[in-house]
Design a protein around this ligand. Structure first.
Ligand SMILES: Nc1ncnc2c1ncn2[C@@H]1O[C@H](COP(=O)(O)OP(=O)(O)OP(=O)(O)O)[C@@H](O)[C@H]1O
Ligand SMILES: [Mg+2]
Length: 253
């Protein structure tokens, strides 16, 4: 699904990512840990193609295609979707319209999807205008459900979410990652029976709450622009809780 080869990324004069290598297989969910400021959001924003992130070397392959220099909309059309850590407020754009646009002409049940996420009362409000932290995360998820991408990038989906809403978010993340929301229209019914649509995930978490809901076997720590400590995500979380991120220096050496 995704292959990142020796990726170096600069923001302004500063090299934030210093040689990232990562492979995420079809139907695999990968968990990314790392201290504040280590470059996690930078990695996701670079994968999505945002302009402030200058790729100085390396490449990104998505489903076999080199997308290193593709634009954001090309990546979105190819099937990469992202839930942002801090998405902007967009005055004058109703949530309903953005969700409909995310579906790109597919016939989706906007109301039904919104109800599932307890977001029906938000459809006629401007995107993120006055939304609480948890409401923003649900709105992000609603857009991803409508987009129905192959690769889902989640930047801290549980931050600011209370425990009850965590159940809702966790169950929905699990659903979108299992491709269980709805089939892609380009596959015929026959194809759908034969082969399930592949969906992969890359999730950034500090708390690990999301691990209660998703099936993720692999994780790594991003430390100082390098990936290290590949292991089962739960073991990584235990390790970080016990020893802190200082152990990563040892691992990197
Ligand atoms: N537009 C920018 N201009 C200057 N520096 C930036 C910019 N965007 C990010 N950075 C810096 O790049 C570094 C990595 O930031 P990033 O947001 O990727 O960290 P993170 O690992 O996601 O942290 P957190 O856990 O706090 O979300 C930080 O030191 C940040 O200040
Ligand atoms: Mg971040």
């Amino acid at each position: 699904m995704l292959r990142i080869e020796d990726l170096h990324v600069k923001i302004g004069d500063r090299e934030v990512l210093r040689g990232i290598n990562l492979h995420i297989a079809e139907n695999e969910t990968f968990i990314l840990f790392g201290p504040n400021g280590s470059g996690k959001t930078t990695l996701l924003m670079t994968l999505m193609g945002f302009g402030n992130y200058e790729i100085t070397s390396g490449r990104i392959l998505f489903r076999g295609q080199d997308i290193t220099h593709a634009s954001i909309y090309e990546r979105a059309r190819l099937g990469i979707g992202m839930s942002f850590q801090r998405p902007p407020t967009i005055h004058g754009l109703k949530t309903r319209h953005l969700v409909t646009m995310c579906a790109r002409g597919r016939d989706i049940d906007v109301e039904g999807m919104a109800q599932k996420l307890n977001m029906d009362a938000f459809l006629d409000r401007d995107i993120n205008a006055g939304f609480s932290g948890g409401e923003i995360k649900r709105s992000e998820l609603l857009q991803l459900m409508a987009q129905n991408p192959y690769l889902l990038l989640f930047d801290e989906p549980e931050s600011g979410v209370d425990l009850e809403n965590m159940k809702l978010i966790g169950a929905t993340v699990r659903d979108v990652l299992s491709g269980g929301i709805e089939p892609r229209p380009e596959t015929s019914m026959k194809q759908q029976r034969v082969r399930k649509r592949p969906v992969s995930g890359l999730i950034i978490t500090h708390t690990g709450y999301i691990l209660e809901y998703v099936n993720a076997d692999r994780g790594q720590v991003l430390y100082n622009g390098h990936l290290c400590c590949e292991a089962n995500p739960r073991d990584i979380l235990d390790h970080i809780s016990q020893y802190g991120y200082q152990e990563c220096v040892r691992c990197l050496n």
